[in-house]
Design a protein around this ligand. Structure first.
Ligand code: ADP
Ligand code: MG
Length: 243
């Protein structure tokens, strides 16, 4: 478990006058166990911020702490973070069991039987316990998404990052998965940063919202605060017009 602190984090792509300011001086504290939704239009810097927290991208300026540890110099593996992306590429030739155990086999000292136990328990929790011998191609979209989530959770990370994990699913399944992700996060109590451009998703899922536009933090607050007390025109317009 861990809280996360961003101090004056800025990210530029490119040099000089042509540089793109993807993240503009963002400071933020996320509490241990909190579910925070980063929301904003396309290009507002959501994914870049996630990648910075994950250690997949290095900020141009500013500090990132996970717990009390300054992680600026730490690579992704050392940060003990699990990520789920929109294009959750499962290994097509491996079974569900293989997909879920692969990362564990690479990164832990656990014995094969300990890994098997952990994978089985997680799969059962995710409702895919009977699919362990199937290949991804044999699964529905929702089942594949559960495997992707299970593969991330099985590592028992400190922090969970999800970047538009549901955008490839149809509307009905998206609604179901929102509830499932919320319930799962609640059960695990793991600090979760969740990215979406979908206002409905943000309003229904987050303990707090971080509203971004053009890389700048616009408002941080509960969904109710952002909806009823937007701090500016942008937040009012964006949150007030669900897609
Ligand atoms: P979002 O996830 O909110 O859609 P991004 O973080 O992907 O936004 O992008 C923020 C801005 O940074 C955009 O203008 C995007 O074009 C730019 N950007 C993102 N990644 C790169 C990159 N690797 N190289 C150059 N520009 C990038
Ligand atoms: Mg993005």
């Amino acid at each position: 478990m861990a809280d996360i602190t961003l101090n004056n984090v800025t990210k530029r792509f490119g040099e000089g006058g042509d540089a793109i300011l993807a993240v503009d001086d963002v400071s933020l504290e996320i509490e241990d166990g909190e579910f925070v939704v980063f929301v904003g239009p396309s290009g507002s810097g959501k994914s870049t911020l996630m990648r910075i927290v994950a250690g997949l991208e290095t900020q141009s300026e500013g500090d990132v702490y996970i717990g009390d540890t300054l992680v600026n110099e730490l690579g992704p593996r050392a940060r003990d973070i699990a990520m789920v992306f929109q294009n959750y590429a499962l290994y097509p030739n491996m079974t569900v069991e293989g997909n879920m155990s692969f990362g564990l086999k690479m990164s832990t000292e656990l014995s094969d039987s300990e890994i098997e136990t952990q994978v089985t328990e997680t799969a059962e929790m995710m409702g895919i316990g009977d699919l362990l011998d199937s290949k991804p191609g044999e699964l529905s979209g929702g089942q594949q998404q559960r495997v992707a989530l299970g593969r991330a959770i099985v590592r028992d990370p400190n922090v969970f990052l999800m970047d538009e994990p549901l955008s490839n699913l149809d509307a009905k399944l998206r609604t179901t998965m929102r509830t499932e992700i919320n319930r799962l996060q609640n059960d695990l109590g793991v600090t979760t940063l969740y990215v979406t451009h979908d206002q409905t998703e943000a309003m229904t899922m987050g303990d707090r919202l971080v509203v971004l536009d053009h890389g700048e933090l616009q408002q941080v607050g509960t969904p109710v605060e952002c909806f009823y007390r937007p701090v500016n025109q942008f937040v009012a317009g964006f949150i007030g017009s669900p897609s």
